[in-house]
Design a protein around this ligand. Structure first.
Ligand code: NAD
Ligand code: UFG
Length: 337
């Protein structure tokens, strides 16, 4: 298949590009590099021994997107491009609606014009909202989102559902990710956040490598086993394989929604302890106040992905810790090295 990967120079996109190339698909990446790196794409080529096409463009640029579809015979689109920082989205809501909602709108208009009606979209567990019963299951309706980032994901899901309702030739797969972490086992590709990491795993890795003094654990008075929040962390390579399975297993039109997670909740303290134990490096931390908007605990019911896509998260928490450290210690400054 010829697959257009938007946001393919980013964290999850670049790992998915590797799985696509290794499975024999042809890949065209569109990325504006606002949070991605061309080095990630060269590393993907190095790992797989195959080449891809890279177009530096913004998905909101209709002329550029029309040119991509005119120049390449695209069979399907995996759509990662977007902004993803929850806190920033509260401060700059319009940037999030512009990039995530309008960007997807322009992409779909270009797809429609080119007669390409197959899309796999990066959604998030955050669309379930704070009231959903845990574990989250796909039959639960979208809930009330608590920040513009989450709202932008819910809006795009709804827009894609409306598109299918209007034209049944569209095939839309909504993948709701839980907490992707880890890195490619080669140590050549991983997460490379700009500035201070918002997320737990890259923060732990940067403390371990000496770029930050200590981790602050945001609250230890939650109603959980050890008082810290629990999340469903899954290996980014498993997540990447999930995209491949979604692309290869779904041939029918319509909308399908899948949770991609392990089905296990892991606490913040468990994460720190596992990282230290597996990698034998210290991670100093202190406990601080809760972070606004954090939910105590949620994880996936991932049985639908297993039953319908034949996908299960195979890698262990220890794999996630070891691969994160292999990447971070070999590339202390990320792709800048
Ligand atoms: P990332 O920031 O590493 O990758 C996104 C890529 O999209 C970047 O390379 C960026 O340069 C590019 N991009 C952004 N806006 C663009 C635009 N307008 N035009 C072209 N390119 C653009 O993020 P990621 O962690 O790889 O996430 C990928 C997708 O998965 C995002 O849509 C994100 O919201 C979603 N997601 C991520 C997580 C997570 O925890 N990482 C969880 C749930 C959902
Ligand atoms: N945490 C800390 N210290 C830190 C960073 C995080 O204690 O420095 C804690 C958080 O309080 C939370 C846990 O680690 O309890 C995980 O936090 P992350 O920021 O790594 O992940 P979240 O679950 O908050 O957010 C992720 C994605 C969002 C998505 C959300 C819901 O980053 O994009 O899951 O799916 F919206």
């Amino acid at each position: 298949m010829n697959v257009l990967v938007t946001g393919g120079a980013g964290y999850i996109g670049s790992h998915t590009v590797v799985e696509l190339l290794e499975s024999g698909h042809e890949v065209v990446v569109v990325d504006n590099l606002c949070n991605g790196s061309e080095v990630a794409l060269s590393r993907a080529e190095e790992i797989t021994g195959r080449s891809l096409v890279f177009v530096r463009a913004d998905i909101r640029d209709r002329v550029a997107m029309d040119a991509v579809f005119a120049e390449h015979h695209i069979d399907a689109v995996i759509h990662f491009a977007g902004l993803k920082a929850v806190g920033e989205s509260v401060e700059k809501p319009l940037a999030y609606y512009e990039n995530n909602v309008n960007g997807t709108l322009v992409l779909c208009q270009a797809m429609e014009a080119a007669g390409v009606r197959r899309i796999v979209f990066s959604s998030s567990a955050t669309v379930y909202g704070s009231e959903a019963p845990v574990p989250y299951v796909e039959t639960t309706s979208r809930g009330t989102t608590s920040n513009p980032y989450g709202t932008s994901k819910a809006m795009v899901e709804k827009m894609l559902e409306d598109l299918v309702a209007a034209d049944s030739r569209w095939s839309v797969t909504l993948l709701r990710y839980f907490n992707p972490i880890g890195a490619h086992p080669s140590g050549k590709m991983g997460e490379d956040p700009l500035g201070i990491p918002n997320n737990l795993m890259p923060f732990i890795a940067q403390v371990a490598v000496g770029r930050r003094d200590e981790l602050t654990i945001f609250g230890d008075d939650y109603p959980t086993r050890d008082g810290t929040c629990e999340r469903d962390y899954l290996h980014v390579v498993d997540l990447a394989v999930g995209h491949l399975k979604a692309l290869e297993a779904r041939h029918e039109s319509g909308v399908a929604i899948f949770n991609l997670g392990t089905g296990q909740g892991v606490s913040v303290l468990d994460m720190v302890d596992s990282f230290v134990r597996v990698n034998n490096v210290p991670v100093p931390y202190r406990v601080g106040p809760r972070r606004a908007g954090d939910l105590p605990a949620f994880w996936a019911d991932a049985t639908k992905a297993r039953d319908e896509l034949g996908w299960v998260a195979e890698k262990t928490l220890d794999d996630m810790m070891a691969d994160t450290w292999r990447w971070q210690s070999a590339n202390p400054k990320g792709y800048e090295n």
